[in-house]
Structures are given as structure tokens and as C-alpha cells.
Design a protein around this ligand. Structure first.
Ligand code: CA
Ligand code: CA
Length: 401
């Protein structure tokens, strides 16, 4: 069964612009380390420089999904303490009007996640923290790529959870979806996806896990498998990691201002490794007991192969993350044309106007096969890092060299 639901529009906006550049910190990789991202979300606020330095962006641009005209603001992301643990909190509110509706989103600045295990401990809420209940609120954890034109066959999106405590999309009661996307088209709307669903309350904390390997996306909630999606729906290009909280519509709003929250304790991504939910719990517990609130070895390791390990991962690294360097990564010397522009590099930082040479990859994976379109000259529209020319809005195509 296919469901036609919201229209994400991450692709239409300069989502990856950032005001400054600081390299993420990295723990030295052990031999068995294929690359991990772990964040316990120990930040002071959405303006904490460490949040951006660690690769996260609180959304500030307007647009879909949800109530048209709603406001998305970094101030809707906060970091309170819940039961002694710092958590990332999304806050959304509505008074039933577009101008009086606020949504919230946090996403990874870089599009660099594909195969491996994604996990996050998320607190869903069935009732607002203030105001009347009953709104069509959507509480999510997902990964997504840009849509490179209508029905882009390389489009990739995994909605690891979309929880609707008050229904919506024609549903009356609480329902939770896992949706794996092949592609879509905005006009006229067409969605090509597959989904699983659970019709019960998920109020409270839950461990959400998605294993992406061997042609299958296998979803778990609290260790129980709830979906297995494969075939053409298996993701075909790298994606960002995101959480958002938004109103599908205001059809069931019953007056006054209603405010809802969603909390996220931590996130874990294990690159090219299949971790069981129990292994996820062990891995995150290891980071916590070691005092590591942030670890990122995704870019600094070779990534291993796509084969699942035959033995559980070894003890997680005990080294706390290093302090982010105070100087930005080396900026490539600017070129003036095809003759002297440097080749684009994934980890390099580029600022608006910088020129690079690059042949677009076929599937949005810079390490994968080339498109066959030849080497082009590209100009950065603004600050960018880790976003491949040809696959993101950051780069303007100046033609073939
Ligand atoms: Ca409710
Ligand atoms: Ca935490």
C-alpha cells in the first residue's frame, strides 16, 4: 500500500549553508572501527557553537512539510535536562492559524549517511505541554536526500518513525509509520514508497533503530522488528539525519494555543555495520559510561565493507572526543577556471565563489560510480562542506571542462 502524505521540500532551499566552519572532532579509529557518529546532545542551546561544530543545523528556513506559512526557528530547539540527562527538545505550537504555527527541526549539516545502522532514543508525547489536545502533530526521526528532479530514481528517504498521537492523514487515533521512499513528484503529486504502521500509543521513550544493509531496511522499536523494506526502495544515495515536529494541518485544532514537545536523548550511526538493537544499547551505554558525549569517526575511517560483522563490535572507544580544532580545515586555493581549479574534495570547506572541478557521481555517492557526464566546473554559492557538486543546491554548474 502506498500512502500519499506530506511533501518534504528540503531540496528547494539552501539547507546546508552555515555561518562558520569548524571541523568535527574525531576519536582515533580502532582497527574494528568502521566509523561511528554518537551524540548525547549535551549542549547549552541552539546557539551553542558546539552544536554547529558537531555537524548539526537547527532549521531556520521556511517551507514544507506541514501547515503552509508556518514558522521554523532555531529557537524551537532547546536542550533541557530530563531525569539527569541532557536531551534535544523540539517544540511546536499552533493557535489554528498559519501565522500562529511554529514547527521545529534539527538536521545534520552534511549529507553523508547511507548504509549502516541508524538509532535514536526518542520521547514521543500524546498530549500537549499546554493548551488543548487533539492536533494533527507529527513527531519524527528520518533520513533524506535531495530530489534531483521529478521522479529522481536515486531519491532516498527513510522515515524511521513518523508518530501521529492524535491521528491525521485520514487516521483518527494514534499511529506510527515507517516509510521507505523510492521517489516522488510534486506536480501532480505522486509518491512511490512502502510503509509499515503500528496503531497504538507510543507515549514515552523509545529506542528507534533502522538497519540499512544487504538490500534491506529493517526497522525496530524497542528491540521489536516492525518493518522490513527492500527492493528498489533501498536507499541509493547518501542522506542527512533529521528530526522534526510539525502540524500536518490545523483541522482538529480546538481553540487557544496548543504547544507540543518531542525529546531526543541521543543518536547513533554505525557506518556500514549491522548492529542489533541490543548492540546499539551496549554501544551507546559504553560512550556514556566513558564520558563521551560526542564521537564522530564517520569521515575519518575507511568505512569497512557492507558485510555485517560476524562478531559483535568490540568495546566502544574510551577516549573522550577531542576539543574541536580552533582553525577551520584547510581551504583549497581558489581557482579561476578549468585550467587551475582544484578537484572537489569531500572534507574541504568552500566559501561562496570558490571554483572546483568534479564529475558528478551516478548515485549521489562521491565514492561510487561516475555519472559519465564528464568533469564540470562548479562554483560554490555559499559556504559548503561535504556536499557533492551536481547533487546539492550549494554548487552552480558552469559547464563541462
Ligand atoms: Ca492526544
Ligand atoms: Ca542525552
Amino acid at each position: 500500500m502506498k500512502i500519499d502524505k506530506r511533501r518534504y521540500s528540503l531540496l528547494a532551499v539552501p539547507v546546508l549553508a552555515a555561518s562558520f566552519a569548524v571541523a568535527v572532532s574525531a576519536t582515533p579509529a580502532s582497527a574494528a572501527d568502521c566509523g561511528y557518529l554518537f551524540d548525547d546532545f549535551s549542549y547549552s542551546s541552539s546557539a551553542d557553537p558546539a552544536l554547529t561544530a558537531n555537524g548539526w543545523t537547527p532549521r531556520s528556513y521556511q517551507g514544507g512539510p506541514g501547515v503552509p506559512g508556518a514558522n521554523w526557528s532555531p529557537s524551537s530547539i532547546s536542550f533541557p535536562t530530563n531525569n539527569g540527562q541532557k536531551v534535544m527538545q523540539l517544540t511546536a505550537s499552533t493557535d489554528g492559524t498559519a501565522a500562529g504555527t511554529k514547527h521545529a527541526e534539527l538536521y545534520s549539516t552534511q549529507k553523508r549517511y547511507l548504509e549502516g545502522t541508524y538509532a535514536s532514543r526518542v520521547r514521543f508525547t500524546d498530549t500537549p505541554v499546554s493548551g488543548n489536545d487533539g492536533d494533527h502533530i507529527n513527531q519524527t526521526f528520518f533520513t533524506i536526500s535531495p530530489l534531483n528532479g521529478d521522479l529522481d530514481p536515486t531519491y532516498s528517504e527513510l522515515d524511521i518513525s513518523e508518530y501521529l498521537p492524535n491521528g491525521g492523514w485520514g487516521e483518527q487515533g494514534p499511529i506510527n509509520y515507517q516509510t521507505t521512499w523510492y521517489t516522488y513528484r510534486n506536480e501532480p503529486w505522486y509518491a512511490d514508497n512502502v510503509h509499515s504502521e503500528q496503531r497504538s500509543s507510543l507515549d514515552g521513550w523509545h529506542d528507534l533503530v533502522a538497519q540499512v544493509a544487504n538490500g534491506h531496511v529493517v526497522y525496530y522499536i524497542d528491540g521489536v522488528q516492525v518493518g522490513d523494506h527492500g527492493g528498489k526502495f533501498f536507499p541509493r544515495q547518501t542522506m542527512t539525519i533529521n528530526w522534526n515536529l510539525w502540524f500536518i494541518d490545523t483541522a482538529t485544532h480546538s481553540g487557544g494555543l496548543s504547544t507540543y514537545i518531542q525529546q531526543v536523548d541521543w543518536v547513533l550511526f554505525a557506518k556500514n555495520q549491522v548492529l542489533s538493537p541490543a548492540q546499539v544499547t551496549s554501544q551507546t551505554g559504553g560512550y556514556r559510561s566513558a564520558g563521551s558525549t560526542f564521537v564522530d569517526t564517520v569521515a575519518s575511517t575507511g568505512g569497512c565493507t557492507n558485510n555485517p560483522p560476524t562478531t559483535p563490535p568490540t568495546t566502544p572507544p574510551t577516549t573522550p572526543p577531542t576539543t574541536p580544532p580552533t582553525t577551520p580545515p584547510t581551504t583549497p586555493p581558489p581557482g579561476t577556471g578549468c585550467s587551475d581549479a582544484p578537484n572537489w574534495a569531500f572534507s574541504s570547506v568552500y566559501t561562496g565563489g570558490n571554483l572546483v572541478k568534479h564529475e558528478k557521481s551516478k548515485f549521489g555517492d562521491p565514492n561510487g560510480p561516475k555519472s559519465g557526464e564528464g568533469v564540470h566546473l562548479w562554483r560554490a554559492r555559499y559556504w559548503t562542506q561535504g556536499s557533492e557538486p551536481g547533487w546539492t543546491e550549494q554548487w552552480q554548474d558552469l559547464g563541462r571542462c
